[in-house]
Write a protein of this length. Structure first.
Length: 410
């Protein structure tokens, strides 16, 4: 079990050495270098946690970053701290409730040959600690190298051993321990449909598990379009117990026809759903937006689901970013942006690289233009509150009369 502070904050991922056989450029300035080091914390609890004032410590460097006032980490969200964003670079793209910070610390922090990671909570005078690359365990309270550290602090949990890193790859927490051979995923989330989703095709609603590249699916704006790529990721109960962000969200449709499947749509937290109506027009200047499922929680018919067993998430990529008929709900296809790419396994990215040979070897580009605005966070939650207050349905049913005139067939 992970060692935690504040009832749920633990260390989730570290990039100790961005350079090696693999190079990872966290800040995107064109060079993988020491400043691209990062540490990521995760909120493993079911409630928001104020992490203001939490401190990151390193032997010989002392307190090198403190989370600013007002920093609140939502359930399942992560906070990534990059050691020093370089000129021409920027913080990694995060979405939803995930957070990213530039420590703006000019000296190296993570030693390549091994180190201790210490996160200190001054309000409760306790800390969590991890090691990697076989480093000996420090005593930040009574030992040397931690100038100014509290001499009364107590340790929460036990020292976690993250194992050995591979240069250019991060060490990431998994359901069974840690993995050290994955491309870093600072602030990443998974964006996809869950098992059992019925997608509208020329033959009616077809289980997503049966779809293959080349099959046609109905889109709201451009009729039937071929699937360019589809990929499945298995999620076990151990995975969701270790990372609540993997739990699917169920969205009930407004059923208006015999062809509508009578079951809720299950999607990942970050999967976007079409919102249609006057409230969206007033708030965003357009009658339709795409909002993440997690931002719609609290509405009637929208809830987090705890599966009884393992399941699959499916990515469905079309030529462009489209809106699909999924269980009667208007929901997006995979948007090929940085967030989605970070959530896809290295093997799947290799497959996409072959599929998109014009993208170059370094990175798959952001090939698509969003089909609608993609707002997130507080503004979407305000929209949801207004819908609830006015007793309006939030998700748009795919064959709603307001959408039907824009639907083209084969």
């Amino acid at each position: 079990m992970a060692s935690t502070l504040l009832g749920g904050i633990s260390i989730n991922e570290i990039l100790a050495d961005p350079n090696g056989a693999n190079n990872f450029d966290t800040d995107g300035n064109g060079n993988a270098q020491g400043g691209d080091e990062f540490i990521e914390l995760i909120n493993t609890s079911n409630a928001a946690i104020d992490i203001s004032g939490l401190e990151l410590w390193d032997r010989g460097r002392d307190n090198w970053f403190t989370f600013p006032s007002g920093t609140v980490l939502e359930p399942g969200a992560v906070a990534v701290v990059v050691r020093n964003v370089q000129n021409g670079g920027s913080l990694p793209s995060v979405s939803g409730d995930n957070l990213a910070f530039d420590a703006d610390y000019g000296s190296g922090v993570f030693n390549n040959n091994g180190d201790n990671l210490v996160v200190y909570d001054p309000n409760n005078d306790e800390f969590i600690q991890a090691i990697y690359n076989g480093d000996s365990v420090d005593d930040p309270v009574n030992g040397g190298g931690y100038s100014g550290f509290s001499n009364t602090a107590t340790q929460s949990g036990t020292v976690e051993d993250f194992g050995n890193d591979q240069d250019g790859f991060s060490i990431q927490r998994t359901s069974t321990g840690f993995t050290n051979s994955q491309t870093p995923t600072p602030g990443a989330d998974i964006v996809c449909f869950a098992s059992g989703t019925l997608i509208e095709t020329p033959d009616g609603h077809t289980p997503i598990e049966q779809l293959r590249a080349g099959d046609l699916v109905n889109t709201l704006d451009d009729g039937f379009q071929p699937i360019r790529w589809i990929f499945a990721r298995r999620v076990t109960l151990a995975d969701v117990n270790a990372n609540p962000k993997l739990l699917p969200i169920a969205i009930s449709a407004v059923f208006q026809g015999a062809r509508m499947p009578a079951r809720p749509l299950l999607v990942s937290r970050q999967h976007r759903i079409l919102i249609d109506g006057k409230i969206a027009q007033r708030m965003f200047g357009e009658p339709q937006i795409l909002a993440a499922a997690k931002d719609l929680l609290g509405c009637n018919g929208i809830r987090t689901v705890h599966p009884d067993g393992g399941f699959f998430y499916f990515h469905v990529l079309l030529e462009g970013h489209h809106i699909l008929n999924a269980n009667g709900i208007a929901a997006e296809s995979l948007y090929l942006g940085q967030q989605a790419l970070s959530a896809i396994s290295p093997r799947a990215r290799d497959e996409l690289q072959i599929l998109l040979p014009d993208s170059g070897q370094a990175k798959i580009p952001l090939l698509q233009t969003p089909s609608r605005q993609l707002p997130h966070g507080a503004r979407v939650k305000t929209l949801v509150r207004r819908h609830i207050k006015n007793k309006r349905t939030v998700p748009a049913a795919f064959n709603d009369t307001t959408l039907a005139p824009r639907l083209r067939s084969l």
